[in-house]
Design a protein around this ligand. Structure first.
Ligand code: MRU
Length: 331
């Protein structure tokens, strides 16, 4: 992604490998500081995934691949590394997919850096394809809506839900994007809005609860990412996605899910089988170090919700645009 307003600055990925070190944009510090975190062990990579230095399913997958690469380079037990890295977060399928991919590459004797760099590059290539397919759905003048961050930060580069928007903008289509702030960790406001600002793409941040209001006023389509897609097309994405999908259905607004095939989990039959991560209640009751809820109140903080396949118009993948009934083709 280009950083520097207007897309003219330096080119940087969300996560990469350099001189024996895994480097990643520290997403906890955006939008105010563009800081790079350096990780030297697979344990540090697992912790970076857990504490959300790196976020978004495909970027988590690439970070995991680099973590496995570090384990191999340091001649550590790669099965042990795989177990620890997989335990970092439960919902995003790409984490498990990437670790299994690396295990098989390393067992086949592939050079660890080559294998992890290859994984990251394939992730980016898929996003480029998703952008091209998704762009075919967008017309100049369209008003789009997204949720959470499914941009370059979440996918090594380019994005999933944001890829069609970037491509449409670079093709000089006149678009406008509603970015819901995404409670509780504000990925929409802090990450997606930052990415769109860097590219100069017209957008406005809205409160999550304002989505229905703006959809009723006129939205051409909603495009979101996904963390795990079950065999029947139900999918998990950042909390708040389900509500948007239901409102879009009610108003007849197309609802698209942009995700690489690595996010599909054919071993999970339906959305009911997807493990939803519960996160600390302080993410809701505190803003920074300030408590904003009564001391005696508890908070519930599921990180994701599951949207039934019947609300999905199509999945935008690197293999094409598929209706929920067609995803079996990707098995
Ligand atoms: O911050 P996370 O890792 O919990 O958030 C994950 C996401 O960014 C999203 O749910 C996203 O929409 C799908 S991953 C491209």
């Amino acid at each position: 992604m280009k950083v520097g307003v207007g897309g003219n600055g330096k080119d940087i990925r969300a996560v990469w490998f350099e001189n024996g070190v895994v480097r990643m944009i520290d997403q906890r510090r955006l939008p105010n500081d563009l800081t790079i975190a350096d990780l030297r062990t697979y344990e540090e990579v697992a912790s970076a995934i857990r504490i959300m230095t790196v976020r978004g399913a495909p970027s988590i997958g690439a970070a995991a691949a680099y973590g496995m690469c570090l384990a191999a380079l340091r001649e550590e037990n790669i099965e042990k590394a795989a177990k620890l890295i997989k335990s970092a977060r439960p919902t995003a399928n790409d984490l498990f997919y990437a670790v299994d991919h690396m295990l098989s590459e390393l067992k086949n004797g592939t050079d660890p850096v080559k294998a992890a760099d290859g994984y990251a590059q394939i992730t980016v290539d898929k996003c480029v394809k998703i952008g091209e397919y998704g762009n075919s759905l967008i017309r100049s003048g369209d008003i789009l809506m997204t949720h959470c961050n499914a941009g370059a930060l979440a996918t090594v580069d380019v994005g999933t839900a944001l890829a069609p928007m970037r491509k449409a903008w670079s093709d000089e289509k006149n678009i406008f994007v509603y970015v819901s702030e995404t409670r509780p960790r504000l990925q929409g406001m802090q990450l997606t809005a930052w990415e769109l600002s860097q590219e100069g793409i017209p957008h406005a941040i809205i409160a999550d609860g304002a989505s229905g209001h703006f959809m009723k006023k006129g939205v051409s389509m909603v495009i979101v990412g996904a963390d795990r897609i079950a065999a029947n097309g139900d999918f998990a994405n950042k909390i708040g996605t389900y509500g948007k999908a239901v409102i879009a259905h009610e108003l007849g607004i197309p609802f698209y899910v942009a995700a690489p095939v690595s996010t599909f989990d054919f071993g999970t039959a339906t959305g009911d089988d997807i493990i939803i991560e519960d996160r600390p209640e302080e993410e809701i009751t505190m803003i920074g170090s300030m408590r904003i809820a009564p001391v005696s109140s508890r908070a519930l903080n599921p990180s994701f919700d599951v949207t039934p396949a019947r609300y999905v118009t199509s999945f935008i993948t690197e293999k094409g645009i598929l209706a929920p009934s067609e995803i079996e083709k990707m098995r």
